[in-house]
Design a binder for this molecule. Structure first.
Ligand code: TMP
Ligand code: ASP
Length: 239
């Protein structure tokens, strides 16, 4: 049994609590939603439960496929036990189709399939609005070494391959997603944070309906329904 101790950290969508073990923490998923560097705020009914359940399904599956993750076990509807890591202050974004900030920056329509897998990195710094950077900046900032960046991109590519195939089986296009990686006390880089409709763009293959946080960002309605839909579809093929 892990007993939840003091709150170590509170982010926009999650809280992190200590346990009696120095190398394990509890993550609690909230219903709070923010967008555009927290300029837009709201609540999405059931989001915490759904993101906990979806992240659990996905991280378990990635573990089975040989991707190291921080996930240990789901504790209840909103909480999971994970390995404590030092989060690398970089967000790795993987894109298979044009969308979101890349479509805007490059003046592209959304939904154009890219001939190559695109990787972006952003520097995790709220005061700066998590700016897009490149490998040189990351090294300059001391966020990661050249070797660590190589490992991070390799993990991101492997996760993209596994999840593209997984979502395809439930008739969903994985348009893009963001991951965060952490370092364990022995220096190993593993997947941390979450993978959920908050951190992915997920479109129905037939209708192209958005089943992710863009429904909240863009006021499209049926936000909870989209998260429940993703969970239900994944449940049909994952235990
Ligand atoms: P972007 O197109 O806005 O850069 O987003 C790319 C992907 O990263 C998309 O799937 C949403 C996800 N994302 C996050 O998980 N957190 C963020 O803060 C942002 C801006 C994007
Ligand atoms: N979660 C991020 C924020 O509030 C942005 C996003 O997901 O769009 O700023």
């Amino acid at each position: 049994m892990s007993h939840k101790g003091e709150m170590l950290y509170e982010g926009k969508a999650k809280q992190v609590f200590a346990t009696e073990k120095a190398d394990e923490v509890v993550v609690r998923f909230k219903d709070d939603a923010t967008a555009f560097n927290a300029q837009k705020r709201g609540q999405v009914d059931k989001k915490g439960e759904m993101n906990n359940a979806i992240t659990t399904l996905i991280f378990k599956y990635l573990n089975q496929k040989g991707v190291p993750t921080h996930f240990i076990k789901q504790l209840d509807e909103r909480e999971q036990l994970v390995k404590k890591v030092n989060i690398i202050p970089l967000e790795v974004v993987v894109r298979n189709y044009s969308a979101g900030s890349m479509a805007k920056r490059l003046g592209l329509e959304e939904g154009i399939k890219s001939p190559v897998t695109i990787f972006d990195i952003c520097y995790k710094k709220d005061e700066l609005g998590d700016p897009l950077i490149n490998d040189y900046h990351a090294i300059f900032l001391g966020a990661a070494t050249e070797q660590e960046l190589k490992e991070m991109y390799a993990l991101a590519r492997k996760i993209n391959d596994i999840l593209t195939e997984l979502f395809d089986k439930v008739n969903i296009i994985l348009v893009d997603f963001k991951i965060e990686l952490g370092k364990t006390s022995d220096g190993k880089i593993i997947l941390a944070d979450e993978i959920s409709p908050d951190t992915c763009r997920l479109w129905d293959k037939d209708t192209k309906k958005k089943l992710d946080k863009d429904r909240f960002r863009r006021d499209l309605g049926e936000v909870t329904e989209a998260y429940v839909e993703i969970y239900n579809r994944l449940k049909t093929i994952l235990e």
